[in-house]
Ligand binder design. Sequence first.
Ligand SMILES: NC(=O)c1ccc[n+]([C@@H]2O[C@H](COP(=O)([O-])OP(=O)(O)OC[C@H]3O[C@@H](n4cnc5c(N)ncnc54)[C@H](OP(=O)(O)O)[C@@H]3O)[C@@H](O)[C@H]2O)c1
Length: 410
Amino acid sequence: MEEKQHVAVFGASGHTGRFVVAELRERGYVPLLLGRDPAKLRAEPGSQARRASADDPASLDRALDGAAAVINCAGPFAATAAPVIEAALRAGIPYLDVAAELEANVDTFAHFAERARAADTLVVPAMAFYGGLGDLLVTTAMGDWTAADEAHIAYGLSSWHPTAGTLASGVVSDRRRGGRRVRFTGGRLEYHDDARPTLEWPFPAPLGPQNVLGEFTMADAVTVPSHLAIPEVCTYMTVKAAADLSAPNAQAPAAVDERGRSAQTFVVDVLVRSGGVERRIAATGQDIYAITAPLVVEAVDRVLTGRTSATGVASAGAAFDAPDFLRALSAHLSLDFLDAPLDTHSGHRRGGGGDAARSGDDESAHLPPFAAGLLLRPDARPTARPGTRPGAALPGGHVPRHRPGHAGLR
Ligand SMILES: NC(=O)c1ccc[n+]([C@@H]2O[C@H](COP(=O)([O-])OP(=O)(O)OC[C@H]3O[C@@H](n4cnc5c(N)ncnc54)[C@H](OP(=O)(O)O)[C@@H]3O)[C@@H](O)[C@H]2O)c1
């Protein structure tokens, strides 16, 4: 009988780590529960808990003994990614993490690409909802394109009850940016102090048009351009979810089903443009923390079963066959290819379309014309209050048609 492989999970005591441990068990792996506080590690029969600390390399080496791969779920990753990657390189095993901290993702590419390649091993940063799913969707939408002018990733979250780890990571990122904001434009990450634009994004039905914050820059701004020639990568977040995240009394996610998922739903609506031609795909599911587990465990499974030839540091879209990967997640994600183009020039409910908006509104100065056409007039902007549905009071917009059965992804 084939022996089950052991996969180490650093940060196994956390909200995301627990989803990952459960998913590994479900997929036939033996999880090794790693963490700095053994009292918090709940090892069930058949799994082992091992103390390991990011600032104690010997403890990491002992904890990784016998592991076929390691998944790092311990954030803030500014403190954990480098030491755990170093330990994975010493052990000669693949490393994957769920880091949504842009700067930590950039560091992983910058510091470990050559060493991981030389060691003939694979490091996959941001193999999670943020950074991983968006990258897989953009890569799938690109199809046979090798380059595009713009990629837009709109996050339609019904709410966002953040974990302590998410909030701590936000504080670390904010500190590293000196309180500034970041966007990916002109082929590079740019730090700035400009106001964040508010737009109306035409999510597909049943969500429909929602007010979103533009330049809500997530890990996709690192993962997508790491392997695709796209100079503008723009990400958007529903105003409601952004307000939940920054609320002073932000609530942690609460389980509503037997898998431990919260009631949060998401739509990730991705559009790529090249020479005026648009391709679009959307993924729908439940709970951004829970979905991270099938994403990262599917990735581990593909690495351990030889379904990637990548070495070095590679994002999800670079390491894996993106459409095939998404198809494998059909139990967790619904995918829709959507007809483009969107109606960005109707003008009656927006701040004017395209070039008019660019010249008339400072907020649009750094937005590609497509996004500038979605800008809301200042008097149409929502006052984001938890419990309201931003955009509900605004006239409905164009809802793209669903193209059934496209590309055999169902
Ligand atoms: N990219 C994405 O879409 C995505 C999805 C899910 C999660 N994440 C990220 O993953 C991280 C964890 O999230 P979570 O929801 O699991 O948060 P959480 O429930 O607060 O858990 C945080 C985990 O990290 C561990 N940890 C934190 N700092 C550590 C350090 N210096 N050394 C060792 N362990 C440390 C904690 O261990 P202790 O219990 O010992 O403190 C705990 O196990 C966050 O950064 C979050 O943003 C990203």
